[in-house]
Design a protein around this ligand. Structure first.
Ligand code: GUN
Length: 298
């Protein structure tokens, strides 16, 4: 079998067009342009690229986006003070703190300082709890993007066995909590794998849908995937490549070439999950703005 490629760029473009329309409608109705603030600490090159992509996508959709770029040695208290100022700024509807933060900063403390009503990444414990209970306010962008690309490509997880590899707070745990809900576009049977899983390949081979978010280049190989599975590759890894001008290329957590010989469908890297994350951020920012304008409770 040769896998169909699930085109994240094309699906994300569809969602971005929806967001552009919704932003224009909101502005026409209320006179208010939705606004996102991004907090970027330090000069990690990958984070800088992600943030630029998010800013550009916002602007193209008619969402104001401003980035607060703080030096890498900014103290935790200063970062929290900056977040609190954004919490209090009525022109800012959504706040995103780009992760990872420098090692001297406790990420959890910074996330706790976010107003849950502006937490468009869905990482504040209030939003995590709401997701677990099936009443999400903001679904984290990458998990929501994964769900949307599955549904919109005709691979709804309903009734399927979804195996999630990786238990991060930003992808593994929330995607599992999202897809297990008794809801349309979810309702999957879930298995989670992680570094403590005794025989990873034995579990991944049982997946109808395999979501891989482990952060290791090309770690999932063809022998770990069953014929006809749908494979979602969340990884973005730089591997040295002297044939490229920039000296590296991007690969996922899945051995794309080998696995696409067996899978029914697969997401590429780049051009798979990455653009979906950006598209869902627009949707969450619009939701934050709509709630703020309506006086919350929406
Ligand atoms: N770093 C990598 N992905 C993400 C994301 O989705 N949100 C934030 N805040 N940081 C990230």
């Amino acid at each position: 079998m040769t896998a169909v490629v699930i085109d994240g760029n094309a699906i994300a473009q569809e969602i971005r067009a929806e967001a552009t329309q919704a932003a224009a409608d909101l502005q026409a109705r209320s006179g208010v342009a939705p606004g996102l603030a991004v907090v970027l600490v330090g000069d990690d090159p990958a984070s800088a690229v992600y943030v630029r992509n998010k800013e550009r996508a916002c602007r193209e959709a008619g969402i104001r986006a401003e980035t607060l770029n703080l030096p890498g040695d900014t103290s935790q208290n200063e970062i929290i003070a900056a977040v609190r100022r954004l919490n209090d700024d009525p022109a800012v509807h959504g706040i995103l703190v780009q992760l990872p933060l420098p090692s001297h900063v406790d990420e959890r403390s910074v996330i706790l300082s976010l107003d849950p009503d502006k937490d468009v990444d869905g990482l504040h414990p209030v939003n995590v709890g709401r997701l677990v209970q099936g009443e999400p306010l903001f679904v984290p962008c990458t998990p929501w993007g994964i769900q949307e690309m599955l549904v919109r490509s005709g691979h709804s997880p309903e009734g399927k066995h979804v195996v999630v590899c990786g238990r991060s707070d930003i992808v593994g745990k929330p995607v599992a909590m999202l897809l297990v809900q008794k809801q349309t576009g979810a309702n999957a049977t879930l298995t989670m794998c992680h570094t403590g899983t005794a025989d990873l390949a034995a579990v991944t081979r049982t997946a109808d849908i395999l979501v891989v978010a482990i952060g290791r280049a090309e770690a999932v190989t063809a022998d770990m995937v069953s014929e006809g599975a749908v494979v979602i590759d969340v990884g973005i890894n730089r591997v040295d490549d002297a044939t490229r001008q920039r000296g590296y290329r991007l690969v996922g957590d899945v051995d794309y070439r080998g696995v696409s010989e067996k899978a029914a469908a697969i997401t590429p890297v780049p051009g798979g999950v990455g653009p979906m994350t950006v598209a869902m951020l627009l949707k969450n920012t619009l939701r934050a703005a709509e709630r703020a304008i309506a006086g919350a409770g929406v």
